[in-house]
Design a protein around this ligand. Structure first.
Ligand SMILES: [Zn+2]
Length: 322
């Protein structure tokens, strides 16, 4: 079963989240009309796990959307996680994809062949007023010193550092069977300002300052196999058995899509009347499958005429199937 847990370390300014997707992850893949190449499946698995980790780390009601836009064989990959831990993911592949290696895919080969790849994170709150754009942060898939990121986790750690000024350590792994991730993050110290004022003795201050890098080193020793296969209790024990670990009630992420006939209709309007009419000259109806869940939506000539009629009174919203 898919599993999700938050944890913290008593008395230390570090918290974490761990997730493993199994049944829900297989269901997501089964919804596609065409299976994706193994490396792209692994990319989407890591992105799904990562979106859930980031969502779990926020106090926020709505959708967190992790998007990778690329200049390689993968043009766009999207994973979305909602507050209730439902998630979905899809990718647009247009070129030959390299084989999935034993240690996972190389992000640069999939999305950043010419150095133009980007990673964007969007926070779309449930109560966002119409017409207001959701918050989005973007970072390139390159580091000024290290060059192109090979691992998705590195790109997202960089994102957290640049956009949120938060030290984060992330491990991710995925294959066709499961997708998993573990994240720890340094929390701001309460009363940090007191440090220099002698509010803490030097030993305690050093212990607090040292906690994140020390725990991050432990997290870095996780192997791909452990992350994908070890039962979650064993995994946390293996890493943190010497630490004052407290974990919270486990929760179960699930695959779910939020597509609707209305949204697909808006996408058709976004395509334009000319495009839609040219499809209707060849076929009796326009058939579109949701990119995320494969649900089929059919619009015949009358439906389409109504869509474009309605467009006159209601402003069309451009974009894909949301
Ligand atoms: Zn759908």
């Amino acid at each position: 079963m898919s599993e999700f847990r938050k944890f913290l370390f008593e008395g230390l300014p570090v918290r974490g989240v761990v997730v493993r997707l199994t049944d829900s992850w297989q269901e997501l893949q089964g919804r596609r009309e065409q299976p994706l190449p193994a490396a792209v499946t692994a990319l989407l698995g890591e992105m799904s796990a990562c979106a859930l980790l980031l969502q779990g780390n926020l106090k926020f009601q709505g959708a967190l959307i992790l998007q990778m836009a690329g200049d390689g064989p993968v043009k766009l990959a999207v994973a979305e996680a909602r507050t209730d831990l439902s998630y979905r993911a899809t990718a647009n592949v247009t070129g030959a994809v390299p084989q999935l290696g034993a240690q996972g895919f190389n992000l640069a080969d999939l999305l950043n062949v010419h150095g133009g790849g980007r990673c964007a994170i969007t926070l779309d709150p449930d109560d966002r007023p119409q017409g207001v754009q959701p918050y989005q942060g973007v970072v390139p898939l390159n580091d000024e010193q290290a060059g192109r990121f090979g691992r998705l986790a590195e790109a997202v750690e960089q994102y957290m550092k640049l956009s949120e000024q938060l030290d984060t350590k992330i491990m991710l792994a995925a294959d066709g069977h499961s997708a998993a991730g573990l994240l720890i993050q340094r929390m701001p110290l309460a009363g940090e300002g007191n440090l220099e004022g002698g509010g803490l003795d030097a030993e305690r201050a050093a212990e607090l300052a040292d906690a994140f890098p020390r725990l991050a080193l432990k997290v870095g020793t996780l192997t791909r196999e452990e992350l994908l296969q070890l039962p979650m209790d064993d995994l946390l024990h293996r890493l943190f058995w010497e630490e004052p670990l407290r974990h919270f009630e486990p929760a179960a992420p699930r695959f779910a899509c939020t597509c609707s006939r209305e949204r697909v209709g808006r996408m058709l309007v976004g395509l334009g009347r000319e495009e839609v009419e040219s499809i209707l000259t060849e076929r009796a109806e326009v058939e579109i499958a949701c990119n995320f869940c494969g649900a089929p939506y059919r619009f015949d000539a009358v439906d389409c005429a109504q869509l474009f009629q309605a467009e006159g009174s209601v402003a069309a919203s451009p974009g894909g199937v949301h």
